[in-house]
Design a protein around this ligand. Structure first.
Ligand code: SF4
Length: 410
């Protein structure tokens, strides 16, 4: 059933609602848009049971779709109406067979938020400034992707790349800092494709200008393709004081044959050369394990490249074929092999992560406390300390625990 079939029609009444998201930062931002819109329209957010649930879904792997389905089914038991939005909502049949109160809004971002808001209705008296988290704000600068990686379903469900106007982005950042957000995270599906041709902006210029806005105390990029890690970008990152020392640059494989088969637009040598100048930065990445044709030698090369690049954390994605992609019919690596390789790569990631943490012991850094007892330093390492949530605290790293770096106010 779609939202066009039945309207909730709560116009003039306050609805209670909950919002959750699955997947990446773009999904988080999309979920936030629905949340802000409903808060702004005067509805009340609740934890647990409520009248309306928004589930912003993910379809990057087969497992992500299953989890999205489960989340929608769970929400259907405790909410009168469930809106399923985001990437997986654009996949045909992904939510078939769910209860009648689950409504698929085959849209993303502001479009989905507007559809839901229209369906739920607004109160006569709306909140001009909704209550929101005050620690970090994720600001979307771009959506969609015009690359065509062989394994990736994202261009099919989110469309080609398109950018927000720089003026709108800068205005949103000013609004976020006025609300008290200390950290801004620029977010997009393929961030480096951001362009505002009319106003003459590419990502490096945007970074410099966002980073200089009064009140922006820390600026991060959610993720960037290595093709976009150019000299100009590195200069903007290095020369903008507020830019944090963390960069997430997807590798996907350390084997040239597989990178070619994946239709990635770089090879290992280029990846290593592009990230080499980022010595000050804590480098994290994504890797797909068990891509069709990945043999032991190719996997070993991936482990070597992860070490050689100085990566400290790997998000491991066991390959699963996605409908409509170039490799939809290919899945040659046995599941047991994928599991074993994923475990080895995660174990390497843990080792490199701890090495990074160890290197921070004895140093002082500014920690943005984003939940009780925990926050992130400038390089996005987790520091454990007692300080008020929302504060940027100067702290000294004292030692390590399983969850992060033990620290105290300096
Ligand atoms: S760059 Fe490749 S992996 Fe990333 S969203 Fe675009 S097509 Fe997908």
């Amino acid at each position: 059933m779609t939202t066009r079939d039945v309207g909730l029609k709560l116009v003039g009444f306050m609805a209670t609602f909950s919002v959750r998201f699955l997947g990446c930062k773009v999904s988080f931002v999309d979920a936030q848009l629905s949340r802000e819109r409903l808060l702004g329209d005067g509805h009340e957010e609740r934890e647990g049971a409520a009248e309306v649930a928004v589930v912003n879904t993910c379809c990057v792997t087969h497992e992500a779709v299953s989890k999205s389905r489960q989340a929608a089914a769970r929400a259907a038991r405790t909410h009168r109406r469930v809106y399923v939005t985001g990437c997986a909502s654009n996949l045909d049949g992904a939510f078939e067979g769910l209860p009648e109160n689950v409504h698929v809004v085959a849209q993303t971002g502001a479009d989905a938020a507007a559809t839901i808001a229209g369906d739920v209705g607004a109160l006569a008296c709306v909140q001009s400034e909704p209550r929101l988290g005050r620690t970090r704000a994720f600001v979307k600068i771009q959506d969609g992707c015009s690359f065509s990686c062989a394994f990736c379903v994202i261009p099919l469900v989110r469309g080609g790349t398109r950018s927000r106007r720089a003026e709108m982005i800068l205005a949103e950042v000013r609004r976020r800092t006025a609300q008290g957000h200390r950290e801004i995270v620029l977010t997009g599906v393929n961030l480096g494709c951001f362009r505002d041709r009319e106003a003459g902006y590419t990502l490096p210029r945007l970074i410099r200008e966002v980073g200089a806005i009064p009140g922006v105390e820390r600026l991060r990029l959610s993720s960037i393709e290595v093709n976009h890690v150019t000299g100009e970008l590195v200069s903007a990152l290095e020369e903008t004081e507020t830019v944090s020392a963390h960069l997430h640059v997807p590798l996907q494989s350390g084997d040239d044959r597989l990178l070619g088969a994946m239709r990635r637009r770089y090879r290992v040598e280029q990846y290593l050369a592009r990230v080499a100048p980022l010595v000050r930065f804590n480098l994290t990445t994504d890797v797909i394990v068990g891509f069709p044709g990945e043999d032991d030698a190719a996997f070993e090369r991936t482990l070597e490249v992860v070490r050689a690049a100085g990566i400290t954390k790997v998000h491991v994605f066991p390959y699963s074929p996605r409908p409509g992609t170039a490799t939809a019919a290919d899945d040659t690596v046995p599941e047991a092999v994928k599991r074993e390789r994923s475990a080895r790569l995660r174990s390497l990631s843990d080792e490199l992560c701890r090495k990074r943490w160890q290197s921070r012991v004895g140093t002082i850094d500014r920690v943005l406390v984003d939940r009780p007892g925990r926050g992130y330093a400038d390089d996005y390492t987790p520091w454990l300390l007692d300080a008020p949530v929302g504060e940027l605290v100067l702290a000294r790293a004292l030692g390590l625990s399983e969850e992060g770096i033990l620290a105290a106010a300096a």
